[in-house]
Ligand binder design. Structure first.
Ligand SMILES: *[C@@H]1O[C@H](CO)[C@@H](O)[C@H](O)[C@H]1NC(C)=O
Ligand SMILES: *[C@@H]1O[C@H](CO)[C@@H](O)[C@H](O)[C@H]1NC(C)=O
Length: 384
């Protein structure tokens, strides 16, 4: 089985004609490396990932190659000073001396929370077809990536698509193909046989990215029920009405067009209703991936992941993940727009204002596993 046919030079084939362009680009790349000591640039349409279009606008105007081969420059990269380093999340306690120890602490926390009997229902998931559908395979570089929507995954998928060789640069990947897994050359683990799956789970580099669970839900709500930029009408036309019918408290003002759409409070009540939701979720099918827990998506207690990245520290996590996966010479993660990854408590407070404590507590009860596994603080400001 061989999915990846990446070779460096193919990224820039018309060497002669683009001689000067290439020199210019390399000089530019070096400059960025010197000043930012981070991996480079790529343009990206991350609005899908974040659902925060306004904040992205300045970023999306830059025109830079998304993935390029980095022959010599990688030697310039050094371990950042400890002062540059992130905490394990917005909630981390101590300062790690380097990224490796930070990652070790994340994995240690994960395994200790996985062993807590009281959280067992919220942390353990059998490695079923739903989970195998979430995991993408790059055989050439022996990488498995579990998709956690609303956490910047489109960028990682593009990186892996390029590594898999069907496209040679990220720009060549048509936007609608990124999520078309019949055609994008990024197979899912579920498409393989059991022995093939087992071998890969046992030996490959495995990773996924998380962010604050409630911020992720806000992002999912905005992206699917408010903006819906990818034109996925079923969210507004099928899923929203079903949730409203079951979870809207007062139907009095339904005639008013301005309030006809799904409200955040309806969504929260639906999400917090563990048992009542099950039947609906079966009807919603795969679309629930935008809001079900990380545990349900990636089975982090049942699959031994190599690395867990945090959205809040993605600026540092992304290059290290590439390095840990052994692909830092081949690809880079896009430059991340300033401030976009930062946890924003004001935003969370705004969205949750007016939602009853009872509903927030039920929501937390359902997402508590995700908070605990990945070191995110209980949002006391919403619950007490
Ligand atoms: C786990 O869930 C099952 C049914 O879904 C329930 O019977 C059991 O009490 C739960 N266990 C814990 C520890 O919550
Ligand atoms: C946080 O969110 C609020 C409300 O959405 C917004 O006004 C503010 O600019 C955000 N802060 C940052 C630092 O992004």
């Amino acid at each position: 089985m061989h999915y990846c046919y990446f070779d460096g030079p193919r990224v820039m084939p018309k060497k002669m004609r683009h001689h000067w362009l290439l020199i210019g680009a390399c000089g530019w790349v070096l400059l960025i490396l010197m000043f930012a000591s981070k991996l480079i640039n790529f343009n990206s349409r991350a609005t899908d990932d974040y659902g925060e279009k306004a904040e992205m606008q300045s970023w999306t105007q830059t025109e830079v190659k998304t993935v390029k081969s980095l022959p010599a420059q990688t030697s310039d990269r050094r371990t950042p000073k400890s002062s540059d380093l992130p905490s394990a999340g917005p909630s981390a306690a101590s300062n790690p001396t380097d990224w490796q120890s930070l990652e070790t602490r994340r994995l240690d926390l994960l395994s200790s929370v996985c062993q807590k009997e009281s959280l067992r229902n919220l942390t353990h998931t059998s490695v079923n077809t739903f989970v195998l559908d979430r995991i993408f395979v790059c055989d050439k570089h022996k990488i498995l990536f579990c998709q956690t929507p609303k956490v910047g995954n489109t960028q990682w998928k593009k990186v892996l698509i390029v590594l898999n060789g069907v496209f040679s640069t990220v720009e060549e990947i048509p936007e609608n193909l990124v999520h078309d897994h019949e055609k994008n050359g990024l197979p899912r683990l579920s498409s393989l046989t059991y022995p093939e799956i087992k071998e890969r789970l046992d030996t490959y580099f495995k990773f996924f990215i998380v962010r604050d669970p409630f911020e992720r839900l806000i992002s999912a709500f905005k992206d699917k029920f408010v903006k819906n930029p990818r034109f996925e009408p079923w969210y507004k036309h099928d899923i929203a009405p079903a949730i409203i019918r079951k979870y809207r408290k007062s139907h009095r003002d339904n005639d008013n067009k301005a309030t006809a759409g799904l409200r955040f409070e309806d969504f929260i009540r639906y999400l917090g209703d563990e048992s009542g939701r099950r039947h609906m979720d079966r009807q919603f099918g795969e679309h629930v991936i935008h809001w079900v827990t990380y545990s349900e998506l990636c089975a982090p207690c049942d699959i031994k992941y190599s690395v867990i990245g945090h959205h809040e520290t993605l600026e540092l996590d992304a290059p290290y993940i590439l390095k840990a996966a052994g692909i830092e010479r081949l690809v880079s993660y896009p430059t991340i727009p300033p401030g976009i990854t930062r946890y924003n408590q004001t935003k969370v407070e705004q969205y949750f204002s007016g939602i009853s404590k009872r509903d927030v507590r039920r929501l937390y009860a359902r997402y508590q596993g995700d908070f605990s596994l990945f070191g995110y603080h209980r949002p006391d400001f919403l619950l007490d």
